[in-house]
Design a protein around this ligand. Sequence first.
Ligand code: SF4
Length: 214
Amino acid sequence: MESRYCQMVPMPSADKDARLSKLPAIALSLGADEAKIIDIEKVVVDKRVRLKCSVPICASYARNLMCPPNVISVEEFADTLSLYAKALILQVEADYDSTDKSESHLDRRICEELEESTKTREWQLKLHRIVNQLEAIAFKEGFRFAAGLIGGDCSLCPDCVVPHSGESCRRPFEARPSMEAMGIDVSKTCENAGLPLSLSSKRKVRWTGLVLLH
Ligand code: SF4
């Protein structure tokens, strides 16, 4: 049986187009630096992205409720994604670049120091907040399957709940997985959308999120 959230009357397509077209401007007003409506075919899913969560293993792998292997499989996400037609892609530009600031190969300590020095969490949370807001706005506009995806691990809590503790997510209505946790090739998707994403460069880091719409 459909849940009560899924029993809304479908929008006429002209009305739907008008509601879609105003979402990028709303995203900018909330603090995004770029926002576009894209066809879902531009969102690229690649199993190698999920592989990179564990090779080399990310500090959040199996330790964050919104990260692999605690989320749906890439195959399941790809199947679900194929049911959507449009998405809102958005970016937040941070105030630091992504050039290598270490003097040796990256290890956990260096990564943690870099995260601290570049205020990574601050920018992740900014994107997360905007994605949450846009998802809620889209839902109220009639996009009943609106689903937001963030960048990086869910950082709403300084430390996620202890794995296998049986403890539930502390902020279940706000916690969201990242695009990359779902297996989305963020770099290729940004390229398809005509948005910049320069890794290991002197250009400012751009955190990218997505709201699946309909
Ligand atoms: S909201 Fe907190 S407990 Fe829930 S997934 Fe995010 S970090 Fe973990």
